[in-house]
Design a protein around this ligand. Structure first.
Ligand code: ADE
Ligand code: ZN
Length: 343
């Protein structure tokens, strides 16, 4: 392992763009299928991985949703979250803000309560076993109706202490942010923090980014790197300290590139860029793998990686006291590393 790879893995960081359903590794998929008496179309892990030939967001989602049918009981959701947090912790993650897609489960008859109580148990067990901190972000599926989104938000209110914010994911095509303006306004009134996916190279990307910044008034943007096409919007995002949760390896699966130039340009402009894994079981890379991939592509060194990790805590939705503690841990780690690895 090179020094930079070792540094990227050990660097204390927060992961802010991670779909729990996107952490379903083929091994766990087979285990859950066995547990729940489900027959899968594939007969081996290699066969499952061979089926991952996405060319864009739509073709990815067409494989992603059907795979979730093995998730049925609270224990299944618990194991999914626990396994992810274990792997994330092994890649230096100290805090994870994890999306979950309740509608992908309630729409096939799994109760909301089973989903969230399972995930919550996974988070509590992982905190006990690995010392990693985790929070949940309820993500609305934008290709369902605004009415279903509002009903899901209402269903979540009894669990609000376990949910820090509201997100928006799934297929952006034909589902612009304004479709959910009322749902997000209600979530804001209920005290949730807000973020929305602005996926890469979507039709109307700049209009959607402008709307999430100036209409919906989000706290963060997931992906969002097309903003570099509009310097005025970049200036606005920098002024407001908006976090961008970029996902280089994911980008290289759903478009033809990692979008490293755009990520580096945003970082250079002073935007609060972070690096994340999105759906690591599908894109075959966890968070530190994303730091390494970006560093190799863009020629970044430990100072830039440190800035990315610093941003991840700064734009996280942690309490001030926890954020300060993680930032102090980061500073101490980097100082020790530099003392032990003189340039
Ligand atoms: N669901 C899971 N990953 C996603 C992504 N990157 N964009 C939109 N929806 C998603
Ligand atoms: Zn995502």
């Amino acid at each position: 392992m090179s020094d930079l790879v070792a540094f990227a893995h050990a660097l204390p960081k927060a992961e802010l763009h991670l779909h729990l359903e996107g952490t379903l590794e083929p091994e766990l998929k087979f285990e859950l299928a066995r547990r729940n008496g489900i027959t899968l179309p594939e007969s081996s892990v290699d066969e499952v991985i061979a089926s991952y030939n996405f060319t864009d967001l739509t073709s990815f989602l067409a494989i992603y949703y059907p795979a979730m049918r093995v998730l049925l009981t609270p224990d299944d959701f618990r194991d999914l979250a626990y396994d992810y947090l274990k792997k994330a912790s092994e890649q230096g993650t100290r805090h994870a803000e994890m999306f979950f897609d309740p509608q992908a489960h309630t729409s096939r008859g799994v109760p909301f309560a089973d989903v969230i109580t399972g995930y919550r148990r996974g988070i509590v067990d992982a905190a006990r076993d690995f010392g990693i901190h985790g929070d949940l972000i309820l993500c609305i599926l934008r290709d369902f109706s605004a009415e279903f989104a509002m009903a899901t938000l209402m269903e979540a209110l009894p669990y609000r202490d376990w949910i820090i914010g509201l997100g928006l994911d799934s297929d952006e095509r034909g589902n612009p942010p304004e479709k959910f303006a009322e749902v997000f306004a209600r979530a804001r009134r209920e005290g949730f923090l807000l973020t929305m996916h602005c996926d890469i190279d979507q039709e109307g990307a700049i209009d959607n980014i402008r709307e999430v910044l100036t209409g919906i008034n989000v706290d963060r943007i997931d992906h969002g790197t097309n903003i570099v096409e509009d310097p005025e919007l970049v200036a606005l995002a920098v002024e407001r300290g908006i976090g961008f949760t970029t996902c280089p390896v994911s980008n290289s699966f759903v478009t033809e590139q990692m979008k490293a130039d755009e990520i580096v340009a945003l970082l250079a402009a002073g935007a609060k860029v972070t690096v994340n894994s999105d759906d690591p079981a599908y894109f075959r890379g966890y968070v530190a793998d994303n730091y390494v991939a970006l560093a190799e592509q863009a020629g970044l060194g430990i100072d830039e990686l440190t800035q990315l990790a610093r941003n991840s805590f700064e734009v996280s939705w942690l309490s001030n006291s926890r954020r300060d503690a993680f930032l102090a841990e980061l500073d101490e780690f980097v100082a020790t590393w530099k003392a032990e690895h003189p340039a």
